[in-house]
Design a protein around this ligand. Structure first.
Ligand SMILES: Cc1ncc(COP(=O)(O)O)c(C=O)c1O
Length: 392
């Protein structure tokens, strides 16, 4: 049940007063990332869509909507929520390898553009688009930039986008009718600290697909970039030149780069135990509230920890999974049952992927507004859990 209770809390005391576990989204931090992307948009003359899969929290989406040109989505549910937040204003782009006729029929009510992921999708579904919804193709430039292939959209045998040589072949064979193509989409990166890959990929695509760039109205460069990534000047020059040459709009659709820094997860220690010489602090959260910790083997930053601190602990989640572990941390003071642990930088892909394995409830969600007000925006309860499992 969503609830909405507000209280004033200073930055110093909000972790101490919350019932845990709790996600806290900080509107000020969010504003910093949004301003960085807005500055990039002004500099490069491009448009920014927030990729809502990173964080689908509606009150956060409302704040984001004020500072971006729209949203990008992956499904009917996301598109419906995006449209509800945006009302009738703003762009909504959808792309998904899982799109079928039923999903498309529902989603297109809420979208301004659909980027088809394969030539099969294009042939099967393109004609069912209504007049106002723009049609695009997701192309896979086959340029790998991500070391871990689980997150590399351009990995060998990728399912994501039409491989560039196959698109070339389809264009030459007349299988893609250009006057129906409004846009081109690609997404090739994740957590990039440089915009150079976008510059390289735009050049490759324009050179390989000149007849496409002569016709389309826009290109969407996907997400995977932090706003303060290096080589922003090179990207700005490249996008401005492309826009001038071709007269097209250029979009990007970051998720993590907008939401990650804004989110924290506040937890409490519920037990401390010794295991073969290591002291384990068990928390009232788990890796199921930060699934990327388990997927990536990432050790998330903890605000209270201090490198070189005298008291070392292995922080563990409270589920039955032996690998439900956050990693080893040092603290300046000993931990005790009830001590607060704040994981930072978890605003993207944590809440969105969290689940209730072991029947552990999902964390409450709070939004800290710019005036210091802490708004309690989501509380999940046993009734919701029981409904999920068919208990009526
Ligand atoms: C097509 C597409 N666009 C945008 C994004 C957002 O990426 P990120 O959150 O890394 O910026 C993703 C992430 O998977 C994606 O698949």
């Amino acid at each position: 049940m969503p609830i909405r209770r507000t209280q004033r809390a200073s930055a110093a005391d909000w972790t101490a007063t919350l019932a845990t576990p709790a996600y806290v989204f900080d509107g000020v931090q969010l504003g910093v990332a949004l301003e960085q992307f807005a500055a990039l948009a002004r500099r490069a003359d491009l448009k920014v869509l927030f990729s809502v899969k990173a964080c689908t929290l509606a009150p956060l989406l409302k704040l984001v909507a004020e500072r971006v040109d729209g949203f990008s989505v992956s499904s009917w549910f996301e598109s419906r929520l995006a449209r509800r937040v945006l009302d009738d204003k703003g762009t909504v782009h959808l792309t998904s390898p899982g799109l079928d006729a039923r999903e498309l029929a529902a989603a297109q009510e809420c979208c301004t553009a659909i980027s088809f992921n394969s030539l099969g999708q294009w042939h099967r579904l393109r004609d069912s688009l209504t007049g106002e919804v723009q049609a695009a193709l997701r192309v896979n430039p086959q340029r790998s930039y991500v070391a871990d292939e689980r997150y590399d959209p351009c990995r060998k045998h990728s399912k994501l986008g039409v491989p560039l040589p196959a698109l070339r072949g389809a264009l030459e064979g007349g299988a893609v009718v250009l006057d129906r193509l409004d846009g081109l989409h690609f997404h090739t990166h994740c957590e990039s600290g440089s915009f150079r890959p976008l510059v390289e990929t735009l050049a490759l695509l324009e050179e390989s697909l000149p007849e496409v760039f002569a016709r389309i109205r826009w290109v969407n460069m996907g997400g995977g970039y932090y706003a303060d990534a290096a080589d922003a000047d090179a990207l700005a020059a490249c996008v401005r030149a492309l826009r001038q040459r071709r007269g097209i709009e250029v979009y990007m659709e970051p998720g993590k780069g907008i939401a990650a820094a804004a989110g924290s997860l506040v937890a409490s220690v519920v037990d401390i135990l010794d295991s073969a010489g290591k002291t384990i602090a068990v928390l009232d959260t788990s890796v199921n509230h930060q699934p990327e910790v388990f997927e990536y083997g990432r050790v998330p930053p903890v605000r209270e920890a201090e490198p070189g601190g005298a008291f070392g602990y292995l922080l563990a989640g409270g589920t039955c999974l032996a690998g439900d572990l956050f990693g080893e941390y040092a603290f300046p003071e000993p931990l005790a049952v009830g001590s607060r642990i704040t994981f930072t930088g978890v605003g993207a892909y944590s809440l969105a992927k969290a689940h209730r394995f072991n029947g552990h409830n999902l964390p409450d969600v709070h939004l800290r507004r710019a005036d210091g007000t802490l708004e309690h925006v989501v509380h999940q309860d046993y009734e919701g859990y029981a409904r999920l499992w068919g208990a009526g």
